[in-house]
Design a protein around this ligand. Structure first.
Ligand code: DGJ
Length: 574
């Protein structure tokens, strides 16, 4: 039984958070008014269209051919420098780099941004842009990046607790003091970024926290969280429920317990793990909002939160629950309006399924982390084409082996010359992506993949790597290779861009592609096919005219495995 006093306290905590956010927003408006006149260069921002959103840098759309560094690389500039140089050699244009709260604020109120400034300088020398990852209160659910003055002070910064009362090694999401301290530190970081980098704009976007999520239970049982859970669902969220704007999954929870217009969390969303997760999602989202809003007030770069995904059939509590997951998108959007998007970290083999879930309800697709598996470049090409992804971050990019490094370099060089064409096609909806469909257990169906573009139905069959047999290969379960594709998994994909009447640019690897009229009337033939590449300025540099054996005497387009190539194709109908 919770007493009235406790309920009042929990309402006060929420009210304080909302007031703090509002104050930040108002102060923010004043500050920005000054900045606009000062600034000679517009800041990076997102531009939305019916086909999705794009990142705008220097007033131009920008495709982030990125990679994320391992967690500890940026903590030593002597280690960071060669890592960024390697990224440059792999043709990345963006690198995602962690910033640790404990290293920038080792003593409360005393900031040291030398690592951040050093990272910006090195990146700028390498002609790379950066995205910063704020490892603040939580990194992968835990509070391991919190400064020691936070870690050691469990009175001021209480830890989350299990139902048994056992403390967990992370700060409770109900801890207002931690939220305020984190927001102050993040604001200091963004202020320093504005001073140090707003002219050159090496830093394009910032991630707030890293893979927040409640585990091993769906909600925190600390005293403050208990009070909040038993208190009324905030009116803003209750209204969204009544307006049926909380998405199908949370909407179904609300429906199931009687479509109430107000009440406690369990009354409005049920007392099961999914209802508890909805509560925790609101806690995390409003906490992240306070941090993000404080930072945006200082320097309004685009911001996002990333999520660890869910294995099949896992219930909340078994996975890091309540993070920025697609079934909680609407709660996150309502709780954290300062975030420009929520993002998946896709290590699971069913990459395409997760992309599809994340383009829900206008959420733009950006993939800050993805497995640097044998399929990594196929997934990148497919996500850019099929889901208009604005960027990608194969994880631990500086540590990829020589073969993956070669493939990534090849893919990014190929896409690099075509970015304006790709971005234009994304905006206009004139791009088609085809990829083998891979299941969570790496099962791949060998059926041809089909799609239509500009009146043509394209069909692609993908090569299986010749190095092994998928059916008989067991996967490593531990270590860096744990998310790698088993030998025999197709590595390729295809991106088809409509460039002129009956003319297409096709980027593919390990694929055989045929074309037919979309309306089924007559047939499509290959008038001419030229391989080539787009140079850095986007100009087509034509090479061999492909015919004879190279197109199976005009029957299909052939792209070999192990190398990304571009073909310009003119078709005719007969
Ligand atoms: C996901 C995290 O977000 C990364 O920082 C890193 O810890 C990877 N997992 C490791 O696999």
């Amino acid at each position: 039984m919770v007493c009235n006093g406790q309920l009042r306290r929990s309402r006060r905590v929420l009210a304080r958070r909302l007031v703090a956010t509002l104050a930040v927003a108002l102060a923010c408006r004043a500050l920005h008014a000054e900045e606009v006149t000062e600034r000679d260069r517009p800041l990076p921002h997102l531009a939305h269209s019916v086909h999705g959103a794009q990142l705008i840098v220097d007033s131009q759309p920008f495709l982030m051919l990125g990679g994320e560094l391992g967690n500890s690389t940026a903590s030593d500039l002597a280690v960071l420098a060669p890592a960024l140089q390697k990224c440059r050699r792999m043709n990345l244009n963006v690198v995602l780099v962690p910033v640790s709260w404990d290293l920038v604020e080792p003593v409360e109120g005393e900031f040291d941004f030398s690592l951040v400034e050093g990272a910006i300088d090195i990146a700028s020398d390498c002609d790379l842009r950066l995205l910063l990852l704020w490892f603040g209160t939580w990194k992968n659910s835990m509070s391991c990046y919190a400064p020691s003055w936070v870690k050691r002070d469990v009175v001021r910064f209480p830890r989350a607790r299990r139902a048994s009362g056992e403390p967990l090694e992370f700060v409770s999401p109900a801890c207002t003091a931690a939220c305020e301290a984190d927001a102050r530190a993040f604001a200091a970081l963004m202020r320093r970024l504005r001073e140090y980098d707003s002219r050159e704009q090496t830093v394009l976007m910032v991630q707030v926290e890293n893979e927040v999520g409640m585990i091993p239970e769906p909600r925190d049982r600390s005293a403050e969280s208990e009070q909040a859970y038993r208190g009324a669902v905030p009116a803003a969220l209750a209204t969204l429920a009544v307006e049926e704007k909380l998405g199908p999954e949370v909407g179904a929870l609300w429906e199931h317990v009687g479509r109430r217009s107000n009440g406690s969390w369990s009354e409005m969303f049920g007392s099961g793990p999914w209802g508890e997760e909805a509560f925790t999602a609101w806690q995390f989202a409003t906490y992240v909002e306070q941090v993000a809003a404080a930072g945006k007030c200082e320097y309004p770069l685009p911001m996002f939160a990333n999520a660890a995904l869910i294995r099949p059939d896992y219930l909340p509590g078994k996975y890091p629950s309540a993070g920025p997951l697609p079934h909680l998108l609407e709660i996150w959007r309502a709780g954290a309006p300062s975030l420009d998007m929520i993002c998946p970290d896709i290590y699971f083999p069913n990459f395409m399924e997760w992309c599809d879930k994340y383009v829900r309800n206008g959420n733009p697709l950006f993939i800050p982390e993805m497995a640097a598996s044998r399929r990594v470049t196929g997934n990148i090409v497919y996500a850019a084409a099929r889901f208009r992804a604005m960027g990608f971050g194969p994880f631990s990019i500086e540590n990829v082996d020589a073969e993956k490094g070669r493939l990534i370099a090849d893919c990014y060089e190929t896409l690099g010359g075509m970015t304006s064409l790709i971005l234009k096609s994304q905006r206009e909806g004139t791009v088609l992506g085809l990829s083998p469909q891979v299941e969570f257990d790496w099962t791949v169906a060998d059926e041809p993949q089909r799609g239509e573009l500009a009146g043509v139905r394209f069909e692609a069959v993908f090569d299986r790597e010749s190095t092994g047999n998928a059916a008989t290969t067991t996967l490593p379960t531990l270590g860096a290779g744990r998310w790698d594709a088993p030998p025999g998994t197709p590595t390729g994909a295809a991106m088809i861009l409509h460039v002129a009447e009956d003319e297409f640019a096709v980027v593919a690897m390990g694929a055989t592609i045929t074309a037919a009229p979309a309306d089924g009337v007559g047939k499509v033939g290959l008038e001419r096919v030229q391989e080539g590449r787009y140079d850095r300025s986007g100009k087509w540099i034509g090479g061999r005219w492909l015919n004879g054996d190279e197109t199976h005497q005009g029957r299909h387009l052939r792209f070999y495995d192990g190398r990304w190539t571009v073909q310009r194709v003119k078709i005719y109908r007969y």
